[in-house]
Design a protein around this ligand. Structure first.
Ligand code: FAD
Ligand code: AMP
Length: 478
């Protein structure tokens, strides 16, 4: 007799662990299988996000920002420090401690909520059965009333730049450099490439980012991408657009990278190269041939709006399905599926998924870009407010960027909010709440914000939609 559960979850990243915890909280007998192991070879929970993604990258972004600020920013506000040094191994070790603490926290949450953790690989078979292979090779079959697949994603590899120990690495390798590479190449000016490029640029690397597309951050609002590119370039990131990497080889202790741009074949030599060209769904050895779950045309597990696959009782969530590859999107899908299994009817509002790039200043947005709205042909109004006019941003000597609110011209409903600036990730949360409640720009304008705060820039941008911003010159009398 195979072991029987109400729910078996495959994958314990932010999608799978949240789903498993919520299932158990709802009284469902739940097992969660995960195959990840940490640096010591022991099983770890938390998936990409906690181990090799969101958390370690933010630990390094925060540490490198502190170093850079101490070295280059403190004097401007009258703080004198002696010589400032970076201890890379200590920075990496602290990052690892943060990761270990958090992954251990998930183990505690599993125990406390009654989730059975099974360390090893899971494979979906027919009739909602799951083959479980433990790390020591023992194979068993679990029977489940419901299965949630949350297998996540893995870095895309490209033939021109094969990973080469110590020289050509993916994002995981770039979180573990033990010294600052004097010259660093990054392939891909996406979110991960820009964040990792920023870390090592702040610590002193000369960073060249090679991006195949001619446009910078095409998914962002055009003004945000234009201003962000200028700011990041000013910080020293050598962002080269329209450069398709065609080869990379290690010679004489360095990496020679070839790329093609409008001027023809070029090469640059760097000490390390990060391949950050995107991620793909982790579907290897996940699906038995006759399990009935299908893939979509891009290789993601095919699901409907509420994350059901083609097999009743089998769901898939997070990076392994369509939609943005973001931890919070995975989590919300996991919770939705858990609650639907328990008979509730929640939905994920895909119109309100915030996107954040943790450069400095941060870049964050929710909803439509101005170019999207323009293309739709609908009439709209825009309010923008620069941080250079924010008392709090000026007081903190951190006043680059702006907030932009886009609202429907007829209904005044907020369609999108774009923030380039300090703590954009926190400010955008207020926009997400407003949009979840279908707020108008006027609603936000009528709301009281504490002074002095960075959030006041959102308030002023919302007021600006109707031309009422107070700290702006407005010649239209209305
Ligand atoms: P994952 O976190 O990938 O977890 C999947 C788990 O399933 C893994 O542990 C995997 O080993 C396991 N697994 C896979 N197949 C099997 C199997 N067959 N059997 C058993 N276990 C299996 N997102 C953000 O929102 N904010 C950020 O700041 C951010 N920063 C990032 C920085 C970096 C460097 C990277 C790489 C990613 C970042 N992301 C960020 C993306 C984020 O990490 C992912 O969107 C998120 O982890 C997806 O969650 P998930 O649960 O779908 O999958
Ligand atoms: P993202 O998917 O947001 O992580 O971004 C990855 C980026 O890598 C995309 O903008 C791609 O255009 C870029 N990219 C992919 N392959 C190459 C390549 N061979 N050379 C340069 N850039 C690339």
């Amino acid at each position: 007799m195979s072991e029987q559960y109400d729910v078996v979850v495959i994958g314990a990243g932010p999608g799978g662990y949240a789903a498993a915890i919520r299932c158990a909280q709802l009284g469902l007998s739940t097992a969660c299988i995960d195959k990840s192991t940490g640096k010591d070879g022991k099983p770890v929970l938390g998936g990409t996000c906690l181990n090799w993604g969101c958390i370690p990258s933010k630990a390094l972004l925060d540490a490198s920002h502190k170093y850079h600020d101490a070295k280059h920013g403190f004097a401007a506000v009258g703080v004198k420090v002696g010589s400032v040094e970076i201890d890379v191994p200590a920075m990496i070790a602290r990052k690892d401690e943060v990761v270990t603490g958090l992954t251990g926290g998930i183990a505690g949450l599993f125990k406390g909520n009654g989730v059975t953790h099974l360390a090893g690989s899971g494979k979906l078979l027919k009739d909602r059965k799951v083959e479980f292979t433990s790390h020591d090779g023992a194979v068993s079959v679990l029977a489940a009333k419901n299965v949630i697949i949350a297998a996540g994603s893995v870095p895309v590899r490209i033939p021109p730049a094969p990973l080469t120990d110590g020289y050509i690495v993916d994002s995981t390798g770039a979180l573990d450099f033990q010294a600052v590479p004097p010259r660093l190449g990054v392939i891909g000016a996406g979110v991960i490439g820009l964040e990792l490029g920023s870390v090592w640029n702040r610590l002193g690397s000369e960073v060249i980012v090679l991006e195949a597309l001619a446009e910078f951050l095409p998914m962002a609002d055009e003004r945000v991408s234009r201003d962000a590119k200028n700011i990041l370039k000013k910080q020293g990131l050598d962002i080269r657009l329209g450069c398709l990497v065609t080869g990379a080889k290690v010679e004489n202790g360095a990496v020679s990278v070839s790329f093609k741009n409008a001027d023809g074949e070029q090469t640059v030599t760097v000490d390390k190269l990060i391949v950050a060209v995107g991620r793909r769904p982790a579907t290897e050895n996940l699906l038995g041939g006759d399990c009935g779950v299908n893939l979509d045309e891009r290789g993601f597990l095919f699901v409907n709006d509420v994350c059901e696959t083609d097999v009743p009782g089998v769901y898939a969530i997070g990076d392994v399905v369509r939609g943005p590859m973001l931890a919070h999107k995975a989590t919300e899908e996991g919770v939705m599926v858990a609650e639907r299994i328990a008979g509730h009817k929640p939905m994920v509002n895909y119109e309100c998924v915030p996107s954040v790039i943790y450069t400095h200043p941060e870049i964050a947005w929710v909803g439509k870009t101005e170019q999207d709205v323009k293309a739709s042909g609908d009439a709209y109004n825009v309010g923008t407010f620069p941080f250079a006019a924010s008392g709090r941003a000026l007081a903190a000597n951190d006043a680059e960027g702006f907030v932009k609110v886009i609202a429907d011209a007829e209904t005044d409903r907020i369609l999108g909010v774009h923030v380039l600036g300090p703590q954009a990730s926190e400010i955008v949360a207020q926009a997400v709440i407003s949009m979840e409640f279908d707020a108008s720009a006027e609603d936000l304008g009528l709301t009281m914000f504490a002074h002095p705060t960075l959030s006041e820039a959102l308030h002023e941008a919302a007021l600006g939609v109707a031309g009422h911003a107070i700290h702006m010159i407005n010649r239209k009398k209305k």
